[in-house]
Design a protein around this ligand. Structure first.
Ligand code: ADP
Ligand code: 5GP
Length: 188
């Protein structure tokens, strides 16, 4: 029987993970993507049920109590969690699924899901990271500062992931990510 893989993609905020995943999804429409729950406010043109499930703190805490998360963490001052059921469903039918989560959540998933594959994305350096966060134009100054502070520890933890991609040239980084997914899904 076909066996699906769970891919965990992590990066410091601003490294370009969302951009890369969006490109990957256009290339591989069959790949499933886990939609996380979060207590943070929608940013830019984010839509509920597409980018995230935007939940109240109360609703999120109820889901924690009901053990509905594969993992959940507090990241940059808000709660984020991966609903367990959709992930289990995709893997059960032999499909592969991508999780876009923070490094601490990733470590949790590596403990709980056999054969999960970790891919850590980084910007070429801290200066480029800060520049990208500012260029994105969606985060307050305080949020940019929090994200830059957290990046140091994230990069440290990310160095233990199975795969590392430096997102300097976007086209090359997309190709690298796509080839990791193909290889680990047994497609090449
Ligand atoms: P993340 O999801 O990791 O927080 P985003 O995908 O939102 O990051 O990217 C942050 C900003 O950096 C965006 O404005 C995006 O267009 C830009 N970006 C992404 N990849 C590159 C790249 N290779 N070179 C330059 N800018 C990039
Ligand atoms: P953002 O607020 O920029 O969308 O995401 C902030 C961080 O939270 C990113 O590192 C993102 O990968 C992470 N994140 C998003 N969803 C989840 C989740 O379900 N669980 C965990 N642990 N982190 C998540």
């Amino acid at each position: 029987m076909k066996e699906g893989r769970l891919f965990v993609i992590s990066a410091p905020s601003g490294a370009g993970k969302s951009t890369l995943i969006e490109r990957l999804r256009a290339l591989s429409p069959d790949l499933a993507y886990s939609i996380s729950c979060t207590t943070r406010q929608p940013r830019g043109d984010e839509k509920d049920g597409i980018h995230y499930y935007f939940l109240s703190r109360d609703r999120f805490e109820t889901m924690i109590r009901n053990d509905e998360f594969l993992e959940f963490k507090e990241v940059h001052g808000n709660f984020y969690g991966t609903p367990a059921e959709p992930v289990a469903e995709v893997l059960k039918r032999g499909g592969s699924i991508i999780l876009d989560i923070d490094v601490m959540g990733a470590l949790e998933v590596f403990k709980r899901v056999r054969n999960a594959v970790g891919v850590f994305i980084s910007a070429p350096d801290m200066e480029a990271l800060e520049k990208r966060l500012r260029a994105r134009g969606t985060d307050s100054e305080a949020s940019i500062q929090t994200r830059m502070r957290n990046a140091v520890r994230e990069i440290e933890i990310g160095s233990s992931f199975q795969y590392q991609i430096v997102n300097d040239d976007l086209e090359r980084a997309v190709k690298d990510l796509a080839s990791i997914i193909r290889k680990e899904s047994g497609l090449s």
